[in-house]
Design a protein around this ligand. Structure first.
Ligand SMILES: NC(=O)c1ccc[n+]([C@@H]2O[C@H](COP(=O)([O-])OP(=O)(O)OC[C@H]3O[C@@H](n4cnc5c(N)ncnc54)[C@H](OP(=O)(O)O)[C@@H]3O)[C@@H](O)[C@H]2O)c1
Length: 303
């Protein structure tokens, strides 16, 4: 019988591509989800539906450890793409504690490895998201289960926001926008993950084939949107008062502001991986096929 791989965060952008890649390679997938119904519908940004790709479903609540006990029983390995991005939850509760509870179960059942989708530069970020992710990566390094840590630069799904803003005729950069990023497609990242599944403990920085400055990313988005370029250059001097104000708002606003301001300021470039290019992806998002006009982010399958 084929090896069972537990996938946490299976309904997310990366998680869906991981399930698809595992299933295509003949693995038996056990998906941890909040809603099977949602998992079986197509995901955003062209991420696939999980219908027919999952051998076993488990509905879990990461704040209730009783729902996580035994999820690894009989499995060989675990891949976690679990993390708070657009959800309204504390990264500490999900990225750190949720993954830690999974790791405890993986240790209890003697899994061969735990592959964690972290983020580039989590060790130096000061947002709660970065601190939570780094804290879990450190816990994984000290586990008796082999820990594989993948540090992606950024995803095509997130770059979509630049296009959506450009379509509204607006963009911005921090300072000159000279920090660089090489975003990766979810399917390319999933292929990397599945190829490295059986390797011993390791850590990899990965990105996509195109490296651009944020300024170039904005210009590309305006070119594709066909709008006159209006890119606001945010002066670095405004960052501290902006963060000060955000810190006095909600914990969520404070964290997101810190996360994005830090991300836009430093290079996030991982080893180029995969061959899916950013420009055709964005062009496809911009001009969805007839019949899919209402939800452009839902259909992009091939880019
Ligand atoms: N986006 C980027 O550019 C980027 C770059 C580098 C690293 N990363 C990291 O890569 C990982 C995957 O990112 P992604 O873009 O695939 O994220 P995503 O689409 O938001 O998926 C995250 C997954 O975690 C689950 N999750 C989040 N909050 C939850 C909660 N409160 N309770 C239960 N489940 C919860 C989601 O479940 P639901 O579907 O039920 O919400 C989903 O399955 C994340 O850890 C992220 O931090 C992201």
């Amino acid at each position: 019988m084929s090896e069972t791989i537990v996938v946490a965060g299976a309904t997310g952008y990366v998680g869906r591509h991981v399930v698809e890649a595992l299933d295509a390679r003949g693995y038996r997938v056990l998906a941890l989800v909040r809603s099977q119904e949602r998992a079986e519908a197509p995901g955003p940004f062209g991420a696939p539906s999980l219908r027919g790709r999952v051998a076993e479903w488990k509905v879990v609540d990461y704040s209730d450890s009783t729902t996580l006990r035994g999820v690894c029983e009989g499995a060989g390995r675990l891949v976690s793409a679990l993390g708070v991005t657009r959800q309204n939850a504390s990264p500490w509760d999900i990225d750190f504690l949720g993954n830690l509870r999974l790791l405890e179960d993986a240790e209890r059942h003697g899994l061969a490895s735990f592959l964690y989708v972290n983020v580039l530069h989590s060790e130096s970020g000061t947002s709660l998201t970065m601190r939570s992710k780094h804290a879990f990566a450190e816990a994984l390094r000290r586990s008796r289960v082999a820990g594989q840590i993948v540090n992606p630069s950024g995803y095509f799904s997130d770059v979509t926001d630049f296009l959506l803003m450009a379509k509204k005729g607006f963009g911005f950069t921090l300072g000159d926008g000279t920090a660089k990023v090489n975003p990766i497609h979810g399917a390319d990242l999933a292929e990397f993950i599945v190829e490295h599944l059986a390797e011993p403990s390791a850590s990899w920085d990965v990105g996509g084939p195109d490296t651009l400055t944020y300024r170039e990313l904005e210009e590309l988005a305006f070119r594709i949107a066909g709008r006159r370029q209006r890119i606001l250059r945010v002066r670095p001097g405004i960052l501290r008062p902006l963060q000060w104000a955000a810190d006095r708002s909600s914990p969520r606003v404070s964290n997101l502001t810190r996360f994005f301001l830090e991300s836009l300021r430093i290079d996030a470039v991982g080893t180029p991986t995969g061959d899916r290019r950013l420009e055709p992806y964005l062009r496809a998002i911009h001009q969805p096929p007839a019949g899919n006009m209402r939800s452009p982010s839902l259909w992009v399958e091939k880019y």
